[in-house]
Design a binder for this molecule. Structure first.
Ligand code: ATP
Ligand code: BTN
Length: 250
């Protein structure tokens, strides 16, 4: 009803104290969900990242958030979606006055060069018809000491910055995602190229692309309309599609 809309509660929110993973919950209940529904938990006992990696999810400390979205024209249209989500999260953080936000292709949000948040988009369905997307986002709000030690790369949190509570943060994120996903469905990734470009941490910098069978070194030139990473290698422009590739500073 109208008062719920005014409060920003436009869809359902499934809230858990403790759950294995908010993404796993939404994947296993996808038939009953509607676009824009959200799942949030205080703790994840099996928080996950890309390729089976673990997302460190201490109790009460951070935001563990998943949003459900249904695409009628299929998974093949979902390429580049994690880039859209990165733009949405960067916008929410910038609107809250957080300076030093940067994006790393294809799925990370950095604060002053350290990993602040991760995005994991999981999909179920057909390549060219109905498909279900679970957009998982983990944002470090205030890392407890002992937990930071188990993360094997530089990380950041929002501690010490004036932040709203997790509920308001989640409401802002849900609204921004709904708007951006609708825009993505209408206009595709081209509507996000400027936003991505403005926040890409590596544009113009030397990077290594680590692939299963080789490492390619070049200058990062941003992304194209398909969401592929553009790399300049010996004066020549090459493009790389996501999946099994990791980008690192060279
Ligand atoms: P890629 O560039 O391939 O995405 P990645 O190291 O960012 O590589 P992901 O699978 O995206 O890998 O993210 C999982 C990684 O994130 C973990 O291996 C760990 O290094 C790091 N990590 C796990 N939990 C957290 C957390 N709460 N905050 C910051 N970083 C974390
Ligand atoms: C990454 O950088 O690899 C992505 C990490 C994504 C973590 C979030 S936390 C909420 C949602 N549930 C999960 O199990 N993972 C995502």
């Amino acid at each position: 009803d109208e008062s719920r809309l005014k409060q920003g509660i436009e869809r359902r929110c499934f809230y858990f104290d403790d759950i294995p993973s908010t993404n796993a919950f939404m994947l296993s209940h996808s038939e009953e969900l509607e676009s824009g529904d959200v799942c949030i938990a205080e703790h994840q006992s099996a928080g996950r990242g890309r390729r089976g990696r673990k997302w460190v999810s201490p109790y009460g400390s951070h935001l563990y958030f998943s949003l459900f979205w249904r695409l009628t024209d299929g998974m093949s249209k979902a390429m580049g979606l994690s880039l859209v989500v990165g733009c949405s999260l960067a916008k929410v953080l910038k609107d809250l006055g957080v300076a030093g936000i940067g994006l790393k292709w294809p799925n990370d949000v950095y604060l002053d060069g350290r990993k602040l948040a991760g995005i994991l988009v999981e999909m179920k369905g057909q390549a060219d018809s109905n498909c279900e997307l679970i957009i998982g986002i983990g944002v470090n709000m205030a890392m407890p000491d002992a937990q930071g030690e188990v993360i094997d790369q530089p990380w950041a949190d929002l501690q010490g910055l004036a932040m709203p509570g997790k509920t308001e943060f989640a409401v802002r994120l849900q609204r921004q995602l709904q708007a951006d996903l609708a825009l993505f469905e209408r206009e595709g990734l081209k509507a996000f190229l400027e936003r991505w470009q403005a926040s890409d941490s590596f544009i113009g910098k030397p990077v290594n692309l680590i692939m299963a069978d080789k490492v390619e070194t070049g200058i990062c030139r941003g992304i194209d309309e398909q969401g592929a990473l553009l790399l300049e290698v010996a004066g020549e422009s090459k493009s790389y599609i996501g999946g099994e590739i990791s980008l690192r500073p060279a």
